[in-house]
Design a protein around this ligand. Sequence first.
Ligand SMILES: [Zn+2]
Length: 192
Amino acid sequence: MSTGQSVRAEQARWADQGLRRLAVLAAWAGLTVLQLGVALAYAGLGTWWHWLLHQLTGWGLGLAAAALVTAATGRRVPAVVALLVGQLLSIVPDLLFRYARMPHEPSMDLWLGHISLHTGPSPVLVSLGALLLGGWGWIASAYGRRLPATALGTGALVLVTAACLLARPVPERLADYPTGTEPLPGRVMNPR
Ligand SMILES: [Zn+2]
């Protein structure tokens, strides 16, 4: 190869690398904007709490499933894929409500405990616990530690399932709703 050819080859390689970096950067920027959009959409409807609960649980269970898949098959599942799939599955009922006007119903627990998480024991601890167990499980699986990965991934699934099984049933009839009109403790009603 002449000097001119090798310089051109080197330039082409640099351009190729530059394009790839630009594509990765664009993908991350797009993902960040999408995440901000989803978060703002929930916040705009006054349901940021709903968003937080389902994101944490979705991320945790996504990572937990990825850890179990890696432990069983040896195939590594990228964390971003696990996080996004888990997040998407956890908010399917909200997407159905937003775009198909489909109301929430108890069977929607199939979407990572979407209904029962709210009335189960300590939703914050359960969703945080799922995220920590799933995250640690994914890290263990990335280091090839099959046993801890399986134990931690299973732990996250068991935690969310147990919380859903222990949840108070969602009121279905008007008579099941509390009718007291006194203000909830710690809340200021009609501040003026
Ligand atoms: Zn919902």
